[in-house]
Design a protein around this ligand. Structure first.
Ligand SMILES: [Zn+2]
Length: 190
Protein backbone atom coordinates (compact mmCIF):
# COMPACT_ATOMS: atom_id res chain seq x y z
CA UNK A 1 0.00 0.00 0.00
CA UNK A 2 1.17 3.49 -0.69
CA UNK A 3 -0.19 6.67 0.78
CA UNK A 4 0.56 10.29 0.07
CA UNK A 5 2.16 12.45 2.73
CA UNK A 6 -0.08 13.63 5.52
CA UNK A 7 -1.68 10.27 6.12
CA UNK A 8 -3.55 9.38 9.29
CA UNK A 9 -3.05 5.77 10.37
CA UNK A 10 -4.97 4.66 13.47
CA UNK A 11 -4.27 1.58 15.58
CA UNK A 12 -7.36 0.76 17.62
CA UNK A 13 -8.33 -1.99 20.02
CA UNK A 14 -8.76 -3.05 23.65
CA UNK A 15 -5.98 -3.26 26.19
CA UNK A 16 -3.46 -6.10 25.75
CA UNK A 17 -3.96 -6.26 21.98
CA UNK A 18 -0.44 -5.08 21.14
CA UNK A 19 -1.29 -1.55 19.99
CA UNK A 20 1.90 0.02 21.32
CA UNK A 21 3.99 -2.84 19.91
CA UNK A 22 2.46 -2.10 16.51
CA UNK A 23 3.14 1.62 16.94
CA UNK A 24 6.79 0.79 17.66
CA UNK A 25 6.96 -1.51 14.62
CA UNK A 26 5.66 1.26 12.38
CA UNK A 27 8.04 3.75 14.00
CA UNK A 28 11.03 1.45 13.41
CA UNK A 29 9.93 0.94 9.81
CA UNK A 30 10.20 4.67 9.16
CA UNK A 31 13.54 5.07 10.92
CA UNK A 32 15.03 2.22 8.83
CA UNK A 33 14.05 4.36 5.81
CA UNK A 34 15.97 7.29 7.32
CA UNK A 35 12.82 9.27 7.91
CA UNK A 36 12.67 11.57 10.92
CA UNK A 37 10.11 10.28 13.39
CA UNK A 38 9.08 11.18 16.91
CA UNK A 39 6.88 9.45 19.46
CA UNK A 40 4.77 11.41 21.90
CA UNK A 41 2.49 10.28 24.67
CA UNK A 42 0.37 11.94 27.37
CA UNK A 43 1.85 12.55 30.82
CA UNK A 44 -1.09 10.78 32.44
CA UNK A 45 0.01 7.38 31.29
CA UNK A 46 3.00 6.67 33.53
CA UNK A 47 2.26 3.05 34.26
CA UNK A 48 5.61 1.80 32.96
CA UNK A 49 8.00 4.65 32.26
CA UNK A 50 8.04 8.42 32.22
CA UNK A 51 10.16 9.10 29.15
CA UNK A 52 9.90 5.92 27.09
CA UNK A 53 7.03 4.41 25.20
CA UNK A 54 6.77 0.93 26.69
CA UNK A 55 4.81 -2.12 25.77
CA UNK A 56 3.59 -4.59 28.37
CA UNK A 57 6.67 -6.70 27.62
CA UNK A 58 8.98 -3.71 28.21
CA UNK A 59 10.01 -2.95 24.64
CA UNK A 60 10.83 0.74 24.73
CA UNK A 61 11.60 3.73 22.51
CA UNK A 62 12.36 7.29 23.54
CA UNK A 63 9.34 9.53 23.56
CA UNK A 64 8.25 13.03 24.39
CA UNK A 65 5.88 13.05 27.34
CA UNK A 66 3.39 15.89 26.91
CA UNK A 67 1.27 17.58 29.55
CA UNK A 68 -1.17 18.57 26.83
CA UNK A 69 -1.38 18.07 23.09
CA UNK A 70 -0.63 21.73 22.32
CA UNK A 71 2.96 21.06 23.42
CA UNK A 72 3.31 18.91 20.32
CA UNK A 73 3.51 22.04 18.14
CA UNK A 74 6.68 23.08 19.96
CA UNK A 75 8.24 19.63 19.60
CA UNK A 76 7.40 19.51 15.89
CA UNK A 77 8.94 22.96 15.44
CA UNK A 78 12.18 21.69 17.01
CA UNK A 79 12.36 18.25 15.42
CA UNK A 80 10.78 18.90 12.00
CA UNK A 81 9.68 15.24 11.72
CA UNK A 82 8.34 13.40 8.69
CA UNK A 83 6.23 11.24 10.97
CA UNK A 84 4.59 11.78 14.34
CA UNK A 85 3.55 8.79 16.43
CA UNK A 86 1.00 9.44 19.17
CA UNK A 87 0.61 6.70 21.79
CA UNK A 88 -2.52 6.43 23.99
CA UNK A 89 -4.17 9.36 22.21
CA UNK A 90 -7.40 8.91 24.18
CA UNK A 91 -5.65 10.45 27.20
CA UNK A 92 -5.27 13.82 25.47
CA UNK A 93 -8.16 16.25 25.15
CA UNK A 94 -10.15 16.52 21.93
CA UNK A 95 -7.85 19.26 20.62
CA UNK A 96 -5.69 16.35 19.50
CA UNK A 97 -8.05 16.11 16.51
CA UNK A 98 -7.18 19.66 15.40
CA UNK A 99 -3.49 19.18 16.08
CA UNK A 100 -3.51 16.05 13.90
CA UNK A 101 -5.32 17.93 11.10
CA UNK A 102 -2.69 20.69 11.25
CA UNK A 103 0.20 18.20 11.09
CA UNK A 104 -1.35 16.53 8.06
CA UNK A 105 -1.69 19.88 6.30
CA UNK A 106 2.08 20.22 6.80
CA UNK A 107 2.48 16.85 4.99
CA UNK A 108 3.50 15.12 8.23
CA UNK A 109 2.27 11.53 8.54
CA UNK A 110 0.47 10.81 11.80
CA UNK A 111 0.22 7.38 13.40
CA UNK A 112 -2.02 7.09 16.43
CA UNK A 113 -2.79 4.31 18.90
CA UNK A 114 -6.04 4.52 20.82
CA UNK A 115 -8.16 2.44 23.12
CA UNK A 116 -11.38 1.71 21.24
CA UNK A 117 -13.79 1.58 24.19
CA UNK A 118 -14.05 2.34 27.86
CA UNK A 119 -14.63 -0.57 30.23
CA UNK A 120 -18.27 0.57 30.15
CA UNK A 121 -18.36 -0.21 26.43
CA UNK A 122 -18.58 3.37 25.13
CA UNK A 123 -16.38 4.82 22.38
CA UNK A 124 -13.44 6.15 24.41
CA UNK A 125 -13.92 9.88 25.10
CA UNK A 126 -11.02 12.29 24.99
CA UNK A 127 -10.25 13.82 28.37
CA UNK A 128 -12.40 16.95 27.88
CA UNK A 129 -15.31 14.71 26.77
CA UNK A 130 -16.00 16.96 23.76
CA UNK A 131 -15.37 14.15 21.27
CA UNK A 132 -14.46 10.50 21.32
CA UNK A 133 -12.12 8.22 19.40
CA UNK A 134 -14.93 7.49 16.93
CA UNK A 135 -14.19 10.85 15.32
CA UNK A 136 -10.52 9.96 15.00
CA UNK A 137 -11.39 6.62 13.39
CA UNK A 138 -13.76 8.36 10.96
CA UNK A 139 -10.98 10.71 9.86
CA UNK A 140 -8.38 7.96 9.37
CA UNK A 141 -6.95 6.94 5.99
CA UNK A 142 -6.16 3.53 7.37
CA UNK A 143 -7.28 1.67 10.50
CA UNK A 144 -5.78 -1.39 12.15
CA UNK A 145 -8.22 -2.90 14.59
CA UNK A 146 -6.35 -5.20 16.91
CA UNK A 147 -7.81 -7.87 19.15
CA UNK A 148 -6.60 -9.48 22.34
CA UNK A 149 -7.52 -12.96 23.60
CA UNK A 150 -10.37 -13.51 26.03
CA UNK A 151 -8.93 -15.32 29.10
CA UNK A 152 -12.31 -17.00 29.73
CA UNK A 153 -12.84 -18.73 26.38
CA UNK A 154 -9.80 -18.05 24.18
CA UNK A 155 -11.78 -16.24 21.50
CA UNK A 156 -10.78 -12.86 20.12
CA UNK A 157 -11.35 -10.03 22.58
CA UNK A 158 -12.37 -6.58 21.38
CA UNK A 159 -13.44 -5.20 24.73
CA UNK A 160 -11.72 -4.14 27.95
CA UNK A 161 -13.16 -5.48 31.19
CA UNK A 162 -12.58 -3.78 34.52
CA UNK A 163 -11.75 -6.38 37.15
CA UNK A 164 -12.46 -4.09 40.10
CA UNK A 165 -15.19 -1.48 39.74
CA UNK A 166 -13.92 1.87 41.02
CA UNK A 167 -16.79 3.98 39.73
CA UNK A 168 -14.45 5.92 37.43
CA UNK A 169 -14.98 5.27 33.75
CA UNK A 170 -11.47 6.46 32.90
CA UNK A 171 -9.07 4.83 35.31
CA UNK A 172 -5.49 4.34 34.21
CA UNK A 173 -4.14 0.95 35.08
CA UNK A 174 -2.59 -2.25 33.82
CA UNK A 175 -3.33 -5.94 34.20
CA UNK A 176 -4.10 -5.46 37.89
CA UNK A 177 -7.27 -3.56 36.99
CA UNK A 178 -8.23 -4.68 33.51
CA UNK A 179 -8.35 -7.65 31.22
CA UNK A 180 -9.48 -8.16 27.62
CA UNK A 181 -12.77 -9.95 27.04
CA UNK A 182 -14.79 -11.16 24.07
CA UNK A 183 -18.27 -9.69 23.60
CA UNK A 184 -19.89 -12.72 25.25
CA UNK A 185 -17.81 -12.53 28.41
CA UNK A 186 -17.63 -8.78 28.77
CA UNK A 187 -19.95 -6.86 31.04
CA UNK A 188 -19.85 -3.19 32.09
CA UNK A 189 -19.32 -3.83 35.79
CA UNK A 190 -18.43 -6.83 37.88
ZN1 LIG B 1 -14.80 -15.01 25.97
Amino acid sequence: MHYSKGLLWVISGPMFAGKTSELIRLYDRTTYANQKSIIVKPMLDNRYSNTDVSTHDNRTRKSYVLLNIEELNEVVGLEKPDNVFIDEAQFFNSKVLNVIDDLRKESINVYVSVLNQTSEGHPFPFMDKKADVGTLLAKADYINTFTAICPICGKFATKTFKIEATGHEVDVGGSNKYEPRCFEHWEPKK
